[in-house]
Design a protein around this ligand. Structure first.
Ligand SMILES: CC(C)(COP(=O)(O)OP(=O)(O)OC[C@H]1O[C@@H](n2cnc3c(N)ncnc32)[C@H](O)[C@@H]1OP(=O)(O)O)[C@@H](O)C(=O)NCCC(=O)NCCS
Length: 192
């Protein structure tokens, strides 16, 4: 598939490029990434160069994983990444620490989700999300993007060393399931 650009009120989601390597390297030093993501740890400039120069373009071409750079409305410096993996149509995302807390990821996740379910990925009728138990910031993004929390038989997520950790799971269908808010109440409470 050719890379697709998506736009929202505040964001442009477009193809990550090698010129993003310096910022990606900086963002990926965040200890939260060690805890919650499977990005390499420790993370080096060579990891960013390989991700941006090879993995991202090859994965767009094969359709294995579609990865967007999150930028401001007029483009500019990368603020984070969001992707959909072909296997199970799984949504994943991160933001550089300086860009959190303004609803940007909720906006990006909503845009990608709506694009996928409107036919961006042929045949995709649902998207899944999962996060290491306790990753409340990620759960709030999933809720804001209309994912409904589910309790599968084996609620786990893979770790970077080949193991698994207990995880929260959720699924997004179109239209949004009316039970979304209720499904998150046990872990996020009723506030929004
Ligand atoms: C997950 C992540 C992208 C969320 O970023 P963000 O800037 O908080 O996202 P948004 O601004 O869109 O906020 C989403 C919600 O989280 C809330 N929130 C932000 N930081 C929070 C925190 N530390 N604890 C609890 N809630 C938090 C916001 O208030 C907002 O809530 P609401 O929509 O219910 O009002 C960011 O924390 C991150 O990059 N974390 C590290 C990587 C990661 O864990 N990725 C997800 C792996 S599954």
């Amino acid at each position: 598939m050719r890379p697709v650009t998506l736009r929202t009120a505040r964001l442009t989601l477009d193809e990550p490029r090698l010129a993003d390597a310096e910022l990606v390297t900086e963002y990926c030093q965040d200890p939260l990434f060690e805890r919650y993501l499977t990005t390499p740890w420790p993370y080096t400039r060579a990891d960013a160069d390989a991700f941006l120069g090879s993995y991202v373009p090859e994965s767009w071409a094969s359709g294995r994983e579609l990865t967007w750079a999150i930028r401001g409305a007029d483009g500019g410096p990368v603020m984070g990444m969001i992707s959909v993996r072909e296997a199970q149509h799984e949504l994943g995302f991160w933001l550089g620490a300086a860009h959190r807390g303004s609803g940007l990821m909720s906006e990006a996740a909503t845009a990608v989700t709506e694009w996928v379910l409107a036919g961006g990925i042929r045949g995709a009728t649902s998207l899944m999300w999962r996060a290491v138990e306790g990753n409340t910031a990620s759960a709030r993004v999933a809720r804001a993007a209309g994912f409904r929390r589910i309790e599968p038989a084996a609620p786990t997520v893979p770790t970077r060393d080949g193991g698994t950790l207990p995880a929260w799971h959720a699924v997004r269908t179109e239209p949004v399931d009316p039970r979304v808010d209720e499904s998150w109440r046990p872990i996020l409470g009723g506030d929004r």
